[in-house]
Design a binder for this molecule. Sequence first.
Ligand SMILES: [Fe+2]
Ligand SMILES: [Fe+2]
Length: 378
Amino acid sequence: MQLRFQNHRFRIMLVGDPHEKPEIEKPEEKAKLDDYLRLQEAAIKALSPDLVILMGDNAGGSSPEELREVLMRMTEPYRAANVPFAFILGNHDLEWDKEFTDLQEHYDVYRTVPGCLLTDRDQVNGYGDYHLTVKQTDGDLDALNLWFIYSGNRAEPQYNSTYDFVKTEQIEWYKNAERALREKNGGQVPAVLFQHIPVPEEFRLLRKRSVFSMLADGVQGQDLRKGTFYSADRKAGTTGYVGEAPCAPDYNNGQFAAWKETGDVFAAFFGHDHMNDFVGMTDGIILGQCKTAGFRVYGDGLMQGVRVLDLDDRRPRCLETRMVRYRELVGSNCRSIKGRNKMIPDRWNVKIDVALKALPFAAAAAAPLLIHKIIKRK
Ligand SMILES: [Fe+2]
Ligand SMILES: [Fe+2]
C-alpha cells in the first residue's frame, strides 16, 4: 500500500512501548490488555490517523505463533478502522525466548499481520532498518520519507554503555538509501525518523540541576550520568514532560551527525523511556519522546497516551505534534490503575516517594537544632 497526503494532510499516531504480552488468563492481566485496547480504540476514533507506528518494546511471544496472536489482538482497533500500521522493534522485543531471537524471524511475523505496511522481506536491510514514503496529494513525487531504524538492545562491553546504538553499517545504509531517494525524486525528500532508543543528543534539550530539583521537576541521570540531575530546558524551548532521565547510549556513534550531514531528517521520535514526552529542537532537528501507551509497565497515573504528528505537503519540514492522553480520551474509567495512581498527575508519585525518603534525613538534620533551641530557652 502506498501512503499519500490527503488534501495536503497526513497524520501519524505514535504508540509508545505497549509491552503487550501473551498472558491474559488472570483478571488483572486481562484488565491491562482491556485498558490498552480502550486507549487505542478511543485514540483511533478521536484522531483518525492515516498511519499508526508502534515505537518498539511492542509485544512478547515465545514462538512466532504466540507473537502473532498478541500482535493480532493489539492491532485489531487499526484493522477495524482501516488504518495501516508500521513498527520498529525495541530492546525487549527479542528477549522472550532463547530460541526465538532472530530479528528477521520477528519481522516475518509482523509481515503476516493484516494492515502492516512491511509486506516484503526485501524492504528491510540486514539490520532491521527500512523506510516508507508518503506521496504528495497530487502527483507522483515523494513528499515525505519515514525512516524506521532498529537501535538494538545492550551495547558490547568495550563501549562502556548500557544501551546499544545504531551501528556504522546502518548509518552507511541510511546515507546510501537517502541518496537513492534523492536521485529518484530529483531533489531531497524531507524525512521524519522513528527509533526506539533515543540519541544522546536528547540531553541537549535538558539542563543540569542540583539534587534538590528532585523535589520539583528534576530527574537523576543513569549509568555514567548518575549523580547528575536534569530537567527540561524551557529557555531553550523544550516542551512536555521529563519523568526520567533519557536512557540513551553513553557511546555516540555519530548517528545525529549523519542526519545533519545528509540534511533530510528534520524530526526524530523515540520510545524506550516510558514516562518522557518532551520535545525540543537542537541544530535544527526536532527530537521528541513518545511515552508509553501500555499498562503492563511502569508509568505514572493515567498519563499513558499516544503522540500525534500532523504534516502538510505544502509546508515541508513543518510538523505539529502533541500527546493525547488516556485521561483526555477515556477519562478515569481504568481497571488496571488504582488508588492514588488513578488520582494524581505526572510526577506526583515520584515526588511523594522522594519526599518520604528524604523525611528521615531532614528530621535527623533538624533534631540537633531543635534540641539546641529548647536548651537555650530553658
Ligand atoms: Fe519499554
Ligand atoms: Fe526499551
